[in-house]
Design a protein around this ligand. Structure first.
Ligand code: GLU
Length: 418
């Protein structure tokens, strides 16, 4: 694709460009490709919320259900000022292929509300979440569409959503995953995405034959995904040398003490100002001298413009869609290996699947079982993906889309959608 075209793609067009690319390689029928281009259903909801100061504010919320051939729609709910319909559509598409790649019995969906949760009170967020749930409850269900946390939402958000849904349909814990353990959430769900990221790093390091202690890692983002990646990868022996969050960034070539950092973040609310490291700029995290770079926050942070500055040899995509197609081309030309989001951050939705099965069976698994099953599925998916890439001579992202699209297409054929 010409660089000037790639540079102006919207998020959903970017994801689709990977699907088109896969469709060519796997000789996908034109009818099925046509069906995958647009979501099955998109809802836009007007969400009036009485703010604490007394005025009414109207938010806009979405739920995009991309493809349900493999099972009920599954995907998170994002609260972010940039969570517009196209971004949510892109993320819903990614969920379809992520669930297929991990062989979970789910389709793909995503929800979003354009808002800034950092500037809202708990009562406002509670009301917003309930209003959203009331507006879309008719398309949700344990066999229809199951939500989960994403950027800007957490276990508390899921608790409100479950409660609002339950008021209309009766107690239904399986309607959301990533809820508090006290309300039927799964042990290990909170750490699951970071655990999956760390497992991918460990598996790749093993393939390279390099001990984790010799691998310097830079992480962009210290929210749920970034912080758990640092903790768990740190425990595996990786050296975390740079971390950035929304308020600032820090670096220490000798390795950052994550336990000490966590104590600081609990007080300061940011990695910025931590005494055991030097301050650097956020942009400098992406260009930091390291071996593995883990974007674990916003999408589209690595573009055609700044991909040339990446010094890592491996990009581990903790965030969803952190690299634009033109950024991807630059990385590929520079032989930077990009381990794709649909594999790397799939630990979250995999434990969401375990949570959903526990809810359906009304039976709780101990933490060891959750972690053991996550480990087995991540390692199997990692090995399957790398084997496919080696067989076809493709890059990991290409192999991931080839496998994901193939599996979704087969379910479409078997159901007789086309
Ligand atoms: N929001 C997470 C993701 O993008 C988790 C989705 C889920 O658990 O359903 O994968």
């Amino acid at each position: 694709m010409p660089a000037e075209v790639a540079a102006i793609l919207s998020p959903s067009e970017s994801v689709l460009s990977s699907v088109y690319d896969a469709a060519q390689r796997i000789h996908l029928e034109a009818d099925i490709l046509e069906l995958l281009k647009t979501p099955w259903r998109e809802i836009r909801a007007q969400l009036p919320v009485r703010m604490d100061h007394g005025k009414l504010q109207i938010f806009e919320g979405y739920r995009v259900q991309h493809n349900g051939a493999r099972g009920p729609y599954k995907g998170g709910l994002r609260y972010h000022p940039k969570a517009d319909i196209d971004e949510v559509r892109a993320l819903a598409m990614l969920m379809t292929y992520k669930c297929a790649l991990m062989d979970l019995p789910f389709g793909g969906a995503k929800g979003g509300i354009m808002c800034d949760p950092t500037r809202m009170s708990m009562t406002e967020l509670n009301r917003l979440t309930r209003t959203y749930t009331q507006h879309i409850h008719m398309v949700l269900g344990i066999a229809r569409d199951i939500a989960a946390p994403d950027m800007g939402t957490n276990a508390q958000t899921m608790a409100w959503m479950m409660d609002a849904y339950g008021q209309l349909h009766g107690h239904t814990p399986g309607i959301v995953t990533g809820k508090p353990v006290e309300l039927g959430g799964s042990y290990g769900r909170e750490q699951a995405t970071g655990r999956g990221v760390a497992i991918c790093m460990r598996e790749y390091a093993q393939r390279e034959g390099v001990p984790p202690a010799d691998i310097r890692v830079a992480v962009q983002g210290y929210g749920n995904v970034g912080s758990w990646t640092c903790r768990l990868a740190g425990q595996m022996g990786f050296k975390i040398v740079a971390i950035g969050d929304v308020k600032g960034a820090i670096a220490n070539p000798a390795g950052i003490d994550i336990a000490a950092l966590d104590k600081w973040v609990a007080l300061a609310g940011s990695v910025a100002g931590f005494e055991g490291a030097e301050p650097i700029t956020n942009e400098a995290v992406l260009a930091y001298d390291c071996d593995y770079l883990v974007p674990a926050a916003l999408g589209e942070v690595i573009t055609g413009e700044n991909a040339g500055a990446v010094r890592a040899r491996v990009l581990v995509e903790g965030a969803n869609h952190p690299v634009t197609p033109s950024g991807d081309e630059v990385l590929a030309a520079r032989k930077v290996v990009a381990l794709p989001d649909v594999l790397v951050n799939a630990g979250g939705v995999t434990v969401s699947y375990f949570e959903w099965t526990q809810n359906v069976q009304q039976f709780r698994w101990p933490l060891e079982r959750v972690n053991d099953e996550l480990e087995a599925r991540m390692v199997a998916a990692f090995n399957g993906l790398m084997a496919r890439a080696a067989l076809d001579g493709t890059r990991p992202r290409q192999a991931a889309f080839d496998m994901g699209v193939e599996r979704v297409a087969q379910a479409i054929r078997l159901r007789g959608f086309v």
